[in-house]
Design a protein around this ligand. Structure first.
Ligand SMILES: C[S@@+](CC[C@H](N)C(=O)[O-])C[C@H]1O[C@@H](n2cnc3c(N)ncnc32)[C@H](O)[C@@H]1O
Length: 251
């Protein structure tokens, strides 16, 4: 699904998603003492590198490798977001033989079908930590005026388990456990539109998220719903859960 999204839309969406919350997401890292001893990180599903390059700037002494199986995304990342402590690699994990202190997977596990293969690779190549960041859809809140718009977002698709919204971190816990990792810390970041700057960013994000679902240009009705919401304001929020897993026996 992700692979078919036009590159310009994909790039704009990931860039804005990183821009909106990256500074707040840093708390996920500062809250974990063990992160302080990490020197090498694999970012699984790094996409266009928008998030990874911010992370690499925040932690200049850590060496990062971003991989993605979307070739045009990796080409874009190499061209637009180069950084001294970052390498990019097109392909899947099976082509990587190095070992890493930590694995980061942000908004990736939901979109991948080969979770078992990933877990097997992680069991053999990740020494210490896994950080998984994914949407926490139970915390998604939008005003009624956006109901038609919201119906087109991937994030509102109810998982087939008991009609609950998806929570990728819970779903993958047994996978990480099977290859020797246990959950050690979990945190939720709620991102809302309370500030004026966020109001503008949310409007853009809502537009992009809808375009991801229905394509460009947006149908008139949806465009007008978003315009009206922009005029009326109203609370909106989404959230992401970050879960840390540590290799059993590592202290
Ligand atoms: C929603 S994007 C997230 C990008 C980035 N992590 C971020 O937070 O902005 C998910 C990315 O994961 C990639 N992906 C999904 N499964 C993958 C896999 N098994 N191996 C490599 N890349 C994968 C997709 O191609 C896509 O670029």
């Amino acid at each position: 699904m992700i692979k078919e999204i036009p590159l310009d839309l994909y790039d704009a969406h990931l860039e804005l998603q990183a821009e909106i919350s990256f500074s707040d997401e840093l708390k996920f890292f500062s809250s974990l003492r063990e992160w302080g001893s990490v020197t090498s990180v694999l970012d699984l599903g790094c996409g266009n590198g928008a998030y990874l390059v911010r992370l690499a700037e925040a932690f200049p002494n850590v060496r990062f490798l971003g991989i993605d199986f979307r070739k045009d995304a990796i080409e874009l990342a190499e061209k637009m977001r180069p950084r001294e402590n970052v390498d990019y690699h097109w392909g899947t994990m099976s082509s990587i033989t190095d070992q890493f202190d930590a694995l980061i997977s942000r908004f990736c596990m939901l979109y991948t079908d080969n979770k078992n293969e990933i877990a097997n690779w992680v069991g053999e190549h990740v020494r210490s930590l896994i950080l998984q960041i994914d949407n926490e859809d139970d915390s998604l809140e939008t005003p009624p005026i956006l109901e038609r718009v919201r119906a087109n977002w991937h994030v509102t698709r109810v998982n087939d388990r008991d009609g609950r919204y998806r929570s990728a971190c819970n779903d993958t816990e047994p996978l990480w456990s099977r290859v020797g990792f246990e959950p050690i810390h979990s945190d939720v970041l709620v991102v809302d539109n309370t500030s004026a700057a966020r109001q503008i960013q949310f409007r853009e994000l809502i537009t992009l998220a809808t375009e991801l679902g229905v394509g460009r240009p947006l149908p008139e009705q949806l465009r007008s719903d978003i315009d009206q919401w922009g005029l009326l304001g109203g609370h909106a929020q989404y959230a992401m859960r970050a879960s840390w897993f540590q290799r059993c026996g590592v202290t």
